[in-house]
Design a protein around this ligand. Structure first.
Ligand code: GAL
Length: 968
């Protein structure tokens, strides 16, 4: 508890306006279960509403709530929606800083306030009798509500439902609903999540009928006993009624329990039983999933088995509508997740739209449901005044956890409650935990911000590095209280997916698979929150003129804002695949491991293909035993067809696909793959034998013309070329930039300080000798005696041209290089690319698990990954050869050894200078990088940097490329 003085409001509490009071609100009904499938009448109030924006909370009196008020000159706005995304005011982004003075619970006078009006006609057949309730699923951040001129009350808690009883106020025919929404309220102090500040009525508003005698609330308890293979169902209800589950032949009284053989619910096998609860004049549809979640023997178990989270953190986001999400978007998120082997979602950092949880129940995702609570910005003042430490806020905190638990308690997918995110520690959190434990002993509690784990059942961390996770796994983390050592461990956030990356996911996964206590994690995060904006492509912090902002830190997802999967998602899919396919011990065998929690392999069909140089020679079905979870087998692969081509590279590709359509993917959807080498690549022979000749200030060498002064190529086989030169710079990724609050992570800043972004090139000699042209030079930063001495040795056999490169470092280099290789420019017409190497997507040393060896073809434009803030992207790894073509001729580049290939329509300097996608304008060249080395990506934008194995240390290097122009 903080003993620091409490911030004082200048006014006595009671004199504060409602929106500045810490109390959660007045007039609302008690929280209850949400979105029930009732057959009671409903009137949706979504659609066009009348709207007026004021710059202050007190700009207008409340006369607009009078049903006779004439709002004829007001604008119209879509509800659900945010007014700042509909032409009124502007969005603003901050990560942790509150965009107003820290003076809780007071807010500034500049408090954008949106008055909303909705005139509706009560349907003529609206049932008489009973009650009617007006339910708001989400209003950011504080609403005051009137119906037909009568004030109903006000509430805070943006991502939580609120209901008012309105039966007595409804009129036949015309009704007028008035809602005043303040952007800032005392509640804003509890909602400092890292996201855009987006005020408005952003979830649905409905009028529901509540027939006489119906249950105000019900609680479905459906457990599963894994030792007896039996489920037990009991439904509590506020009024007695009947519970029926026809498929199970159940017809019970509420409160009564029945135990019987059933199939359990799990993320892998989301078995739901349809049922109903009948009370009074209402039937409420139930979807019963039997499962038991418990912490036992230091492990989090579902149905008696250890759970391994292959998770993501999901904010609700749409690039046009912000946090107002339609059902198709929610479904699209879940289908994409399931298709990428993701089995868990943490609803960071608030309860999602309730329909999202329905979909999780149906499609199968483990959910950590997080309360709408974050007070991170108080860290800026040493956590002084942090609401969770001050009693006056406790009613608001309890209200929030109650609204979370009560709304979502009937979802089988929800297996853990999370108290909130980044609120420090304090008695308020303990009060929330006590309440949640009492109300729902069936779900463990999560909260990351308290290392003592006093109020939680799980030890959770964010961004712990691999080394620390290993220590925790081995039980060597002795810095915490002894009780913590007995708790299951998870990374509620890891793998910061900002821009290019994250790197290092595979190494985390090995730790989760090695140490039972390490039960996986949740990548940060699902989607980039870039707002669609024609000025920029996608906008991020600062683009709306915000003075205080956190730039593109809001774009850190596995999918781009328009939900295009980024290469990071493909990488994650492979890393977390529930089947591992890798070379077996003996030649010509493949090892298959079933890493599912529950399913055997019976639902998958395995196939093999034998490929030589990327061409499939034969293939067929592979018989794999239906291994149980945890089992593995070594399976013999069919022999190579015929005799492999000498020197050629050949391998088997083994794939596991769905045998039958699933609810989330068609039959044939690929779950896992692996490749097993048969014959290895032999180093390509350099082109030698033809001597250089001088002509017109140039040097002719086979198909190549070199500039006698610079030693650079002028053309090869008639294709104009600029370069190649040895290059080391890449446009820093967000992970190269590191985290501004941890200077030691800011690698790109140190690269620039050293001058790696503006290396000086010098040519010392261009010599013809021994049938070669040898170009000696030096590459060095200003103001330093560090250098890379370079030698490019050009040879030819008359048809082909080889350049053998040697790089020798001079001086004491202390930083890794961004990249090391050759850069050259070709005419813009050379825009088609084919390559044999990893693909089709991008890879860096510690990413790209989703890329496989094969022969691929793409246009240069399609090789780009459109990260919201432009940065290094699009490298293809393990490339044996690549061709660039204009349709008539192709320049083939063969590497010795394999290399990283990148081609784009702008230079590295242009990419580096760009701030938004719209800054990238195709020029006259195709810029090509042929890299011998790339520095890894890591996760230092918020997490660990590049692991030692993936750093590009400065060292002597030798590599070669052979160029050849093919026609026709
Ligand atoms: C965490 C936080 C997230 C997000 C992330 C960085 O500290 O919980 O909300 O800010 O860092 O992107």
């Amino acid at each position: 508890m903080s003993s620091a003085p409490r911030a004082k409001a200048a006014l006595p509490y009671a004199a504060l306006p409602y929106y500045e009071q810490t109390a959660p609100g007045t007039g609302c009904l008690p929280p209850r279960t949400g979105y029930a499938r009732t057959d009671a009448a409903r009137l949706p109030l979504s659609g066009g509403w009348r709207f007026r924006l004021a710059p202050r909370a007190d700009a207008h009196d409340d006369s607009f709530a009078d049903p006779a008020y004439d709002s004829g000159d007001w604008d119209r706005i879509e509800v659900p929606g945010h007014w700042v995304l509909q032409g009124h005011g502007a969005p603003a982004y901050t990560n942790t800083p509150y965009p107003f003075p820290l003076d809780p619970p007071r807010v500034p006078d500049e408090n954008p306030t949106g008055d909303h009006l909705r005139v509706f006609t009560l349907p003529a057949d609206w049932p008489a009798g009973g009650e009617s309730v007006l339910r708001f699923e989400g209003v950011d951040s504080c609403a005051r509500v009137w119906l037909n001129g009568v004030e109903l009350g006000e509430f805070k808690g943006s991502r939580l439902p609120h209901e008012f009883a309105v039966g007595g106020l409804l009129r036949t025919g015309r009704n007028v609903l008035a809602v005043r929404v303040h952007q800032w309220s005392a509640g804003s102090y509890l909602e400092d999540q890292d996201q855009w500040w987006l005020p408005g009525i952003f979830r649905e508003v409905n009028l529901w009928h509540r027939p006489d005698g119906t249950a105000a609330d019900h609680f479905v308890h459906a457990s599963w006993d894994h030792e007896r293979d039996e489920g037990t169902l009991r439904v509590e209800s506020t009024v007695p009624g009947r519970v029926r589950v026809p498929e199970l032949g159940l017809d019970l009284a509420t409160g009564e329990s029945a135990t019987l053989p059933v199939e359990p619910w799990s993320a892998e096998s989301p078995r739901l039983y349809a049922g109903e609860l009948a009370t009074g004049g209402e039937r409420v549809g139930l979807r019963v999933g039997f499962r038991t979640v418990a912490v036992e023997g230091g492990l989090l178990k579902a149905n008696g088995r250890r759970v391994l989270f292959r998770g993501v953190n999901r904010h609700e986001f749409h690039p046009e509508t912000g946090r107002a999400l339609d059902h198709e978007t929610m479904r699209a998120d879940l289908l994409l997740m399931k298709r990428h082997n993701i089995n868990a979602v943490r609803t960071s950092h608030y309860p999602p739209h309730p329909a999202f949880l329905d979909l999780c129940d149906e499609l199968g995702l483990w959910v950590i449901d997080e309360c709408d609570l974050e007070t991170h910005g108080f860290h800026a003042v040493g956590w002084r005044g942090n609401p969770v430490t001050e009693e006056r806020w406790t009613p608001a905190l309890l209200d929030r956890i109650a609204r979370t638990v009560e709304r979502d308690k009937n979802h089988p997918s929800v297996i853990v409650w999370s108290l909130g995110n980044e609120c420090g520690t304090g008695a308020g959190l303990s009060a929330m935990a006590d309440w949640a434990r009492r109300r729902d002993p069936g779900r463990p509690l999560h909260y990351e911000g308290d290392r003592s784990c006093a109020d939680t059942d799980l030890y959770s961390r964010m961004y712990a590095d691999h080394e620390e996770v290993g220590r925790i796994g081995r039980g060597e983390d002795r810095d915490g209280p002894p009780a913590r050592a007995e708790l299951p461990f998870l990374l509620c956030e890891y793998g910061h997916a900002m821009g290019n990356g994250p790197g290092g996911l595979a190494e985390y996964q090995r730790l989760f698979e090695t140490y039972p206590r390490c039960q996986g994690g949740f990548v940060w995060e699902w989607i980039d929150h870039g707002l669609a904006d024609p000025r920029f492509g996608f906008a991020y912090g600062g683009d709306f003129g915000e003075v205080l902002h956190d730039g593109n830190f809001v774009c850190d997802g596995l999918v781009l804002p328009d939900r295009t999967p980024s290469p990071g998602l493909d990488d994650y899919k492979r890393v977390i695949a529930p089947v591992r396919i890798e070379a077996g011990e003996s030649t010509g065998t493949v090892r298959i491991r079933n890493l599912h929690d529950v399913l055997d392999l019976g639902h998958l069909t395995f196939s093999w293909a034998y490929e030589a140089e990327g061409e499939e020679l034969s293939g067929g079905r592979l018989e794999v035993p239906p291994l149980e979870p945890g089992e593995q087998a070594e399976v013999k692969l069919p022999p190579a067809p015929g005799t492999p081509r000498p020197g050629g590279e050949s391998y088997w590709t083994v794939r596991a696909v769905l045998s039958e359509p699933a609810d989330w993917a068609p039959r044939g959807h690929e779950i896992a793959w692996g490749q097993v080498q048969d014959t290895a690549r032999r180093s390509p022979a350099p082109a030698t034998g033809t001597a250089p000749r001088s002509a017109d200030g140039g040097l002719l060498l086979g198909p190549g013309v070199l500039d006698a002064r610079t030693g650079e190529l002028v053309s090869v086989g008639g294709v104009p070329v600029r370069g190649p030169r040895v290059e080391v710079w890449r446009a820093p990724t967000d992970n190269d930039n590191g985290a501004p609050w941890l200077p030691e992570t800011e690698l790109a800043r140190r690269w620039r300080a050293l001058g790696l972004d503006r290396m000086r090139h010098r040519v010392d000699a261009v010599e013809s000798a021994d049938g070669a042209v040898v170009v000696r030079g030096r590459l060095a930063p200003d103001a330093s005696d560090l250098a890379l001495a370079t030698e490019l040795r050009w040879t030819s056999d008359g048809e082909r041209l080889t350049v053998a490169v040697r790089v020798t470092p001079e001086g004491e280099w202390r930083l890794p290089l961004p990249r090391l290789g050759l850069g050259l420019a070709l005419p813009r017409t050379m825009g088609g690319v084919r390559w044999f190497g990893a693909g089709p997507g991008e890879s860096y040393p510690d990413t790209g698990g989703g890329a496989r060896l094969g022969r691929w073809q793409r246009e240069v434009d399609a090789l780009q990954t459109r990260y919201v803030r432009p940065q290094e992207n699009g490298a293809r790894a393990g490339v044996r050869w690549a061709e660039l073509t204009d349709g008539d001729r192709a320049l083939r580049i063969t590497g010795d050894p394999e290399f990283w290939f990148t081609a784009r329509r702008w230079s590295t300097a242009e990419l580096d200078a760009a701030r938004h996608l719209t800054d990238l304008v195709p020029g006259d060249s195709v810029w090509v990088n042929l890299d011998h080395g790339q520095h890894g990506i890591g996760s230092a934008s918020c997490g660990p940097g590049v692991l030692p194995a993936h750093r590009l240390r400065v060292a002597r290097a030798r590599f070669a490329f052979t160029f050849e122009v093919l026609r026709g």
